[in-house]
Write a protein that binds this ligand. Structure first.
Ligand SMILES: NC(=O)c1ccc[n+]([C@@H]2O[C@H](COP(=O)([O-])OP(=O)(O)OC[C@H]3O[C@@H](n4cnc5c(N)ncnc54)[C@H](O)[C@@H]3O)[C@@H](O)[C@H]2O)c1
Length: 429
């Protein structure tokens, strides 16, 4: 398989060209013929021009790649190796929504031939690949799993906005449905991953490994958020406590904050869903989720308390929220918890302006029915710095003072200005 791919006798297809699929498709397209397939024609149109719709990859990275971008599923018939990287979100009831994944399996299944490989990169609960995806591939292709086509799972571990830990520099976990496929799949990724490969013993182990990486982060951040709630009552700054505790060699470095995005705030629900199927109520994971999902409203209520202490007339207050994306220095607004802060303030009749140099006003309007302002329109009674974008980290007190009315509050969710403010009333998690 690998030599046929390298010699151009066989082609590889990547299904779903987002944060995960596009980098892997481009990297592989430096070594072999790749078909990049996505259901969104506007995204494919940009990629055909060498533009990453997510603005994570430079146009330079498209150069020298042997890749055909398409929205036509019939083009997939030419492929022999499929990598699936479609979204795995949750629904309104916080249950796994396998819709895009099953849809991708149907598309691949319809074009699968004997001897083909399908590798899933989408984050799922342990067992999903073989229990939910394989039956669809079998049904649509009429082929027998393991005998006529092979399947594997290789989770992606990229961290959006992180320029150091990228696809090729992060050790990759791979797995296959039998010894031969495990080796072929590992060899494929070895072509592009400089950090090396970890061969997991089974598909389930690889699925579970990925899901606990993000669940572990979620639980640790929830612990920090709970500490922040406790220390607030004791009038202790949590970031100062963490700085002191962090001087011990085995103290883990996590910080309080809003847990948004489509990974850390979503993946644990895949694990709790599956553990529920086995009759186990995942208490620690669910508690962590509960705390983290409530942080937006906690932050807003802390702000309201401060404004009342400052004897402000709440309903005539104006608040500026700086940062709308789910984390710093990215344009991704999906599942941003900043919106919880905004909605909570607005539910009290407060006028809230929102700015963000990275977020697209159109996407924010479409996703949250919110209008981003192109620049602040002072004066404000409070400013919430919700995301530590590089542009915000370097701001000084004079800048905030220039936007504020006489006595104003600065809510610094990430604790970035805690040593540099003298005149503003200060709050951080
Ligand atoms: N973004 C990350 O940092 C990250 C990191 C690790 C793992 N993951 C996981 O990887 C998977 C993909 O995430 P992402 O962030 O790349 O998502 P994304 O939303 O950025 O991209 C997914 C792409 O798939 C396309 N798509 C949806 N349904 C499709 C279908 N049926 N057929 C073809 N294309 C389809 C969408 O149009 C989109 O372009 C998810 O399971 C996610 O949890 C993401």
């Amino acid at each position: 398989m690998i030599s046929s791919l390298l010699e151009g006798k066989k082609k590889l297809a990547v299904i779903g060209l987002g944060y995960v699929g596009l980098p892997v498709a481009l990297e592989l397209a430096r070594k072999m013929k790749v078909i990049g397939y996505d259901v969104k024609s506007d995204r494919i149109a940009l990629m055909k021009k060498g533009i990453d719709p997510n603005k994570e990859i430079s146009s330079e990275a498209f150069k020298g790649c042997d890749i055909t971008f398409t929205t036509d599923p019939d083009d997939l018939a030419a492929a022999s190796f499929y990598i699936v990287a479609v979204p795995t979100p949750i629904d309104d009831h916080k249950q796994p929504d396998l819709g895009p994944l099953i849809n991708a399996c149907e598309t691949v299944g319809e074009h699968l031939s004997e001897g083909d490989y399908v590798v899933f990169e989408s984050t799922v609960y342990p067992g999903c690949t073989e229990e939910d995806c394989v039956p669809v591939l079998e049904e649509k292709s009429g082929l027998a799993y393991k005998k006529q086509f092979k399947v594997g799972f290789s989770p992606e571990r990229i961290n959006p906005g992180d320029q150091i830990h990228t696809l090729t520099t992060i050790k990759k976990v791979t797995s296959g449905c039998d010894e031969l496929s495990a080796e072929v799949i590992a060899s494929l990724y070895e072509l592009i991953i400089t950090a090396g490969i970890h061969r997991a013993s089974s598909i389930k182990v690889a699925e579970a490994a990925k899901i606990i990486e993000n669940t572990q982060r979620d639980i640790n951040i929830a612990f920090m958020n709970e500490l922040s709630m406790i220390f607030k009552k004791m009038d202790i700054n949590t970031f100062e406590v963490l700085e002191a505790a962090g001087t011990k060699w085995n103290f883990l470095r996590f910080y309080p904050g809003l847990v948004g995005g489509h990974c850390i705030g979503v993946d644990p629900y895949y694990l709790t869903y599956k553990s529920g199927k086995f009759g186990h109520h995942a208490r620690i994971i669910n508690s962590g989720r509960d705390i983290n999902d409530g942080m937006g409203s906690f932050v807003a209520n802390q702000g309201l308390k401060k404004l009342v202490e400052m004897r402000k007339d709440i309903q005539s207050c104006r608040i500026l929220v700086m940062g709308m994306t789910f984390k710093e220095n990215v344009s991704d607004i999906r599942n941003s918890k900043v919106v919880d802060v905004i909605r909570e303030f607005r539910s009290y009749g407060i006028d809230v302006d929102v700015i963000d140099p990275h977020a697209s006003p159109e996407e924010v309007r479409e996703e949250y029915l919110l209008e981003l302002k192109s620049k602040p329109q002072p004066p404000y009674d409070a400013i919430v710095v919700a995301v530590n974008h590089d542009e915000y980290v370097q701001l000084k007190e004079e800048y905030f003072l220039s936007l504020c009315s006489n006595e104003a509050l600065l809510m610094d969710i990430k604790g970035i200005y805690r040593n540099g403010l003298k005149k503003l009333i200060y709050w951080s998690l």
